[in-house]
Ligand binder design. Structure first.
Ligand code: NAP
Length: 254
């Protein structure tokens, strides 16, 4: 339930890939913290379902279909958001895809597609939203990378690891450029989180094996990523930028 006077009261947040999985967990926690929420997802049905669930309990929640790989699609979404809300204060670049393909079998198309969703998407969305944040003098961008970006992917192929490591570099570079406008840019690096992406890419036995190897012996929950994202999106995190946060059951300690 909504907490009156929550840390994100009065803010407007857009979450890409917010229809399900980690994006949905983040959207729930951001809505609980009092922000208006825009669920942007390529899957219109899941976006609408999530927005409906949030709208029934919290502040305004709107679903908009968006393909983060296409600038026209992002620009159209930003225009629609601005008709209803005055700005976008918080951008969560969460939409991502993962393939387990080994290096010699990755086709140029699969390589390109992974780069487009995982890296070009956050670039295009940040470019579309930073001018609004500069105007209002407040902005929070949180990029959902992965333990893969800090080391190497448990499940994904070289393309997945490359994009998630690239996203950390992108986070630092943009953070440096926009800090003077009151905008912070940080990255969150989850380990194995209980979502369709994780469950679709591995067998039950393999998943158990991974869980057993972690100091904290369970999968993470999407809302646990959401708790960290809420903090990074709030005023309380105004001295943190260009940073990457591990949240991974202790599966990777560096
Ligand atoms: P998920 O369950 O597959 O959800 C991802 C959502 O993003 C889906 O609704 C998907 O829609 C949407 N999406 C895909 N391509 C898109 C595009 N071009 N434009 C807009 N939306 C798009 O994945 P998840 O596990 O929640 O992962 C979310 C993020 O966390 C990803 O960046 C992932 O790399 C990262 N992550 C996940 C884990 C994990 O263990 N789950 C660990 C580390 C990092 P469709 O299903 O219709 O494609």
């Amino acid at each position: 339930m909504k907490s009156p006077g929550g840390v994100l009261q009065g803010r407007v947040a857009l979450i890409t890939g917010g229809g399900r999985g980690i994006g949905k967990g983040i959207a729930i926690r951001i809505a609980e913290a009092g922000a208006d929420v825009i669920i942007g997802d390529i899957d219109r049905d899941s976006a609408e379902q999530t927005a409906k669930e949030l709208g029934a309990n919290y502040e305004r929640a709107v679903a908009l279909q968006v393909d983060v790989t296409k600038k026209e699609s992002i620009d159209a979404v930003v225009r629609k958001v601005l008709k209803e809300f005055s700005t976008i204060d918080i951008l969560i670049n969460n939409a991502g895809i993962m393939f387990r393909t080994r290096i010699l079998d990755i086709s140029p198309e699969e390589w390109e597609n992974t780069l487009l969703v995982n890296l070009t998407g956050p670039f295009l969305f940040s470019q579309a939203v930073i001018p609004l944040m500069k105007k209002s003098g407040y902005g929070r961008i949180v990029n959902i990378s992965s333990s893969a970006g800090r080391s190497v992917s448990t499940l994904g192929g070289a393309h997945y690891t490359a994009t998630k490591a690239g996203l950390l570099g992108f986070t630092r570079a943009v953070a440096k450029e926009v800090a003077s406008f009151g905008i912070t840019v940080n990255a969150v690096c989850p380990g194995l989180i209980d979502t369709q992406m994780a469950r679709d890419s591995t067998s039950k036995e393999e998943l158990e094996m991974f869980i057993h190897s972690f100091p904290i012996k369970r999968l993470g929950l999407p809302e646990e990523i959401g708790d960290l994202v809420v903090f990074l999106s709030s005023e309380k995190a105004s001295y943190i930028t260009g940073a990457s946060f591990d949240i991974n059951a202790g599966g990777l300690m560096i």
